[in-house]
Design a protein around this ligand. Structure first.
Ligand code: ASP
Length: 312
């Protein structure tokens, strides 16, 4: 039996410390802690990393301060279009979904797609119909609404600007991506990763970011690592971030730390891609690199104290 480990994120970017109130910081920390506990209690009991990342991400989706599930950002049309993905590092099976607006927990639909559809990636209304066929929980528009997100959208809705889960308004001082994700290694030595997002505020034309793209925003392979990304999705897609880290380990023999450092702090920076990721390797090592001001993140290794952080 291996020692389990788990890491989660609630998005890179962050509210600048000078604008963060102690109450708000406490809420974020509580949201992260709850998700970490939900995931680690599965692993503690000998459960699978796949279940752990699904449960941890579902918990973050249910928490309105993060940009996924409840609290997802608004599109240019004032709607929600959510994306999610999940991957099993043991079998290399994966499920992904994009552009859905009625599914309570998009990560659960991604898992269902992995297990029951015979496909990897479904989108839009048809993906929702597939989920409903399997009795997945749905919600009305009002469930996903959050006043803060609505205001962020009103600021940019009549422009061509699409932006991260943040408002450029200085008085709000927020610059944050807000996507959520989890990676885990279970006691059986299996890795898994999952990511879920509402994408970018005011996005249009059916824009999809890296989060549901296997290899870009999410990847898991028992031979190397499990990765979940957050940041400016266009750059993460172009840099094929999650798979690139796995490849650097598999083909070049880099350690998890070396591979993460290179991709996040060199390759992405040169491209102009802001963001970060969470990573676990098959030995249970954890890396939480980011090139933004901060990243909502938490991790736990069996037998050690939990780690929760926002800023650098
Ligand atoms: N990566 C996400 C996207 O581009 C955004 C985020 O991380 O918040 O859709």
């Amino acid at each position: 039996m291996k020692k389990f480990s788990i890491a989660i994120h609630g998005g890179a970017g962050t509210i600048l410390p000078m604008f963060m109130t102690p109450e708000k910081e406490l809420q974020y920390r509580r949201g992260l802690q709850a998700a970490l506990e939900a995931g680690s209690s599965i692993l503690q009991k000998g459960g699978s990393s796949l279940d752990a990342v699904e449960i941890a991400v579902s918990s973050l989706e249910d928490f309105p301060l993060f940009n996924a599930g409840k609290g997802a950002v608004f599109t240019n049309k004032g709607t929600h279009e959510m994306d999610a993905s999940i991957m099993d590092g043991n079998t290399l099976e994966a499920g992904a979904v994009s552009g859905i607006s009625t599914i309570k927990n998009p990560v659960q639909l991604a898992r269902l797609i992995k297990e029951k559809s015979g496909h990897v990636f479904l989108c839009g209304k048809e993906a929702e119909a597939f989920g409903k066929m399997h009795n997945i929980a749905t919600e009305e528009d009002a469930y996903f609404y959050s006043e803060e997100r609505y205001k962020q959208w009103l600021d940019v809705k009549d422009s061509d600007i699409y932006q991260m889960d943040h408002s450029d308004k200085l008085e709000q001082g927020e610059k944050k991506f807000g996507t959520v994700g989890a990676v885990a290694l279970d006691q059986h030595g299996n890795l898994a990763a999952a990511t879920s997002t509402g994408g970018m505020t005011n996005k249009r034309f059916g824009r999809v970011g890296d989060s549901p793209m296997i290899g870009a925003g999410t990847y898991a392979n028992n031979a190397t690592c499990a990765i979940s990304c957050t940041g400016h999705g266009e750059y993460f897609i172009r840099a094929v971030v999650a798979y690139d880290i796995s490849c650097l380990m598999e083909y070049k023999g880099l350690s998890l730390k070396e591979a993460c450092d290179f991709v996040v702090n060199d390759k992405l920076v040169k491209l102009g891609g802001e963001g970060g990721l969470i990573a676990i390797d098959s030995l249970g090592n954890i890396e939480l690199p980011f090139n933004s001001d901060g990243m909502y993140r938490a991790s736990l290794k069996e037998g050690e104290n939990p780690f929760v952080a926002i800023y650098k």
